[in-house]
Design a protein around this ligand. Sequence first.
Ligand code: C2O
Length: 551
Amino acid sequence: AITRHYKFDVMLQNVTRLCHTRSMVTVNGKFPGPRIVAREGDRLVIRVVNHVQNNISIHWHGIRQLRSGWADGPAYVTQCPIQTGQSYVYNYTIVGQRGTLWWHAHISWLRSTLHGPIILLPKLGTPYPFAKPYKEVPIIFGEWFNADPEAIISQAMQTGGGPNVSDAYTINGLPGPLYNCSAKDTFKLKVKPGKTYLLRMINAALNDELFFSIANHTVTVVDVDAVYVKPFDAETLLITPGQTTNVLLKTKPDYPNAQFFMSARPYATGQGTFDNSTVAGILEYEVPNKTSQSNHSTKKLPLYKPNLPPLNDTSFATNFSSKLRSLASADFPANVPQKVDRQFFFTVGLGTNPCSKNQTCQGPNGTRFAASVNNVSFVMPTTALLQAHHFGQSRGVYSPYFPISPLIPFNYTGTPPNNTMVSNGTKLVVLPFNTSVELIMQGTSILGAESHPLHLHGFNFFVVGQGFGNFDPSKDPANFNLVDPVERNTVGVPSGGWVAIRFLADNPGVWFMHCHLEVHTSWGLKMAWVVLDGKLPNQKLLPPPADLPKC
Ligand code: C2O
């Protein structure tokens, strides 16, 4: 294992897409941002320097951060933001993870332009549990806004209404030929026939779950969220914001003399507005020899387009996620907690907050949109939760009494109640070290009927069960999979349904959990867990680094 150093200069850069140029916050002037490569066991030392007017923090999405919670990154959760002219060194080790993860800004909506891949290779000499691919290709899905996303969300928060949607989806920063003034900004993947490519796919879009498909090609899913899965073939994938998926793409043995669209567009079940457009990249087979090349440069190749499922195809989504299983092999066991110390039931969904006097709000019935967990819409503190916890100064910063079930239970998937108001607060759940947790997340249909990709920091969890309607504690647990459930860090809680996860709270610190649809995070669909230190020295959070930013 080695130490790898990176420097992230956060700076403005002019970027043009769809004939609109805007100055955006980037890392090192790149959009999407630079990739980080490490092997399992390596230490990463990443110095982030803030040269812009915005406050910044960077999160390493999916990295376990064992005992190194100071490097996790969500602003006001594990650190105060890095202010203009300041810097902070994120220092952590990759423990037991290989696959694809990603990094992104974790403050306001800056992650729309501040994100990039984290490629985690196995230890030197350790092969993949599948044939070595000929080439590896990161594929990041994002959203392009002609306007500044920071202005979009700040306006939405002021008016209480829904924010403007994006103008395009992107593959590796490029919207592709289906948008106006965009044909030259098309991601093209040139491949050789008869080879296997490992596509490392990341959904970095702000607000949309995406279907993805390559015309006339089937891919094999081998890994999600940096955990190997039992391989299965798929023509279409579903990736929620926050999730990563590694697939093997076998190119056809004979040169097909064609171009193939690789397209993505949203999976959307809600009634809200969203960007209903399609991004396309092109898979193009290399021409085998020079003679035919000259032929081809003049001839237009036939173009094949994939069929993507209908926008609200929840049965596709359910069927796809039910195929995901841990490898659960001797080399890669699935350590599913078999016993449960604490069980929690959380409702997740949208609601409203009252409009302040003398204001007209653009949310439902003149209210403001809000979102909540167990009817608590999370209020960000003005100082970091981890410091408050670590230095014994939680008083006035957060309450350790998160309601462990909804205060007023109702039929979550039936007729919505008349009262859509949520409460507001900064409430956390406190867990002793090594608590084995089972969490049922129940989607509500109080407002909208959306699927929520819930992301937990600091842990992977096992998705032991999933279903539609209201979770039934007398029946549903009998069907839980405790043998080979998929292990991941972000899971879609289905619209009108529930998901059951289990994790072992073996990582001391304060860990954020939130919907990875950025607008829902802004509205308060978030909370945090405090995991106390264990008794042994190697069960304690490491001391904070000297350069930890101050608020
Ligand atoms: Cu990818 Cu808390 O985020």
